[in-house]
Design a protein around this ligand. Structure first.
Ligand code: 5GP
Ligand code: MN
Length: 334
């Protein structure tokens, strides 16, 4: 990493126009890492803007700096101009330009210096400097490692620490996944020393549900199926169930984890019909122990992600998606 840090330091030694972007449907790690880097680079006196492809869920509305985010699909003209006028684009928490929608099309590979900071497997080849570390459990953890090497920890204040803690917490299932290690915890310790309120961050994320989210959780749990011999569960949500329960963006986030809370289960999936597009089913996978969700998602559902958390999609009806899932489980050897 040292050589890349040196290169980055050199680029940042003069004032630059910088865009930070992240993947579509940004989650806690995406928004947390983008805003942490935003605050940091502003402190280094750069001209910085965060542009997300579309809006983050409401439960992230409290994050320091989130009012400054420019949402591409709500400000197309302004966002395009800012991207065109910039020198550097940081792409955070994804590694293929098709994950950031129309923002990806606005980036000029010839003109922009592109810096990827990410922890997903198999990065595409689009960046000038590539920080790709799939063993690190969140992009926020990686951002901490990078910014503490660019500058001393004095520049890291409570707001930056809050943003980083948020993404570390959400991307590790509150520090339960395999990727969490002693270094993760020593970073958490540094963040605590900066005065973050970890209980408040937790409550803001996990104890601030909409009524609609809990009603949708009820529908999902009602659909829970168990395949005992495969140590697997799955749930499903139709478009009608979402509409009946007054679905709002973000309401289905995290529901998949309930399928893994049944004892003796190693793998779970949730199938969710797209509310806007016919015959489009989004699938989330989660696992414990050795079951490789990313390989399963890639092989059967045109997706990917990490060993214990991945996603994919199916074109067709939700019934057919579930049938394909059951057959795929039988066919899958790992
Ligand atoms: P989620 O189930 O929360 O949507 O996604 C879990 C993880 O899988 C995330 O790290 C996300 O980046 C990854 N992921 C979700 N959907 C896709 C997809 O369609 N393609 C790929 N390559 N990764 C995905
Ligand atoms: Mn992430």
């Amino acid at each position: 990493m040292l050589g890349k840090i040196k290169e980055l330091k050199k680029i940042l030694s003069k004032e630059k126009k910088i865009i930070i972007t992240t993947h579509s449907n940004p989650d806690g790690d995406a928004v947390g890492s983008s805003l942490a880097l935003y605050h940091f680079l502003k402190k280094m006196n750069h001209n910085v803007n965060v542009i997300t492809p579309n809006k983050h869920p409401d439960f992230l509305n409290w994050i320091p700096g989130c009012n400054n985010i420019i949402i591409f699909d709500q400000n197309v003209e302004r966002a395009n101009k800012l991207i065109a006028d910039s020198d550097i684009v940081f792409t955070l928490d994804f590694n293929d330009l098709n994950r950031c929608g129309l923002v990806g099309e606005a980036i000029n590979l010839k003109k922009h210096e592109i810096i990827m900071i990410d922890h997903h497997q198999s990065p595409s080849d689009y960046s000038n400097i590539t920080f790709s570390y799939p063993d690190i459990s969140s992009t926020c953890e990686l951002i901490f490692k990078i910014i503490t090497q660019i500058s001393d920890t004095d520049l890291i204040d409570r707001d930056i620490s809050t943003c980083i803690y948020l993404g570390m917490m959400t991307d590790t299932g509150s520090f339960q996944y395999n990727g969490v290690n002693s270094e993760t915890h020593s970073i958490l310790s540094s963040l605590m020393k900066k005065g973050i309120d970890h209980s408040k961050i937790y409550n803001n994320i996990y104890n601030s549900n909409n009524l609609s989210k809990l009603m949708i959780l009820g529908s999902a749990l009602n659909s829970l199926n168990q395949i005992k011999e495969k140590k697997t569960t799955y749930m499903r949500l139709s478009k009608n169930q979402l509409i009946e329960n007054n679905y709002k963006k973000g309401d289905t986030e995290g529901l998949v984890n309930y399928g893994l809370s049944l004892k003796n289960i190693d793998f779970t999936a949730i199938f969710i019909e797209d509310i806007e597009e016919m015959d489009n089913v989004k699938i989330s996978f989660r696992s414990k122990n050795i079951f490789p969700c990313d390989k399963f998602a890639k092989k059967f559902f045109n997706g990917g992600g990490h060993k214990n958390a991945a996603g994919g999609k199916y074109t067709g009806t939700i019934d057919d998606a579930v049938e394909k899932f059951k057959k795929s489980l039988t066919d899958f050897n790992f």
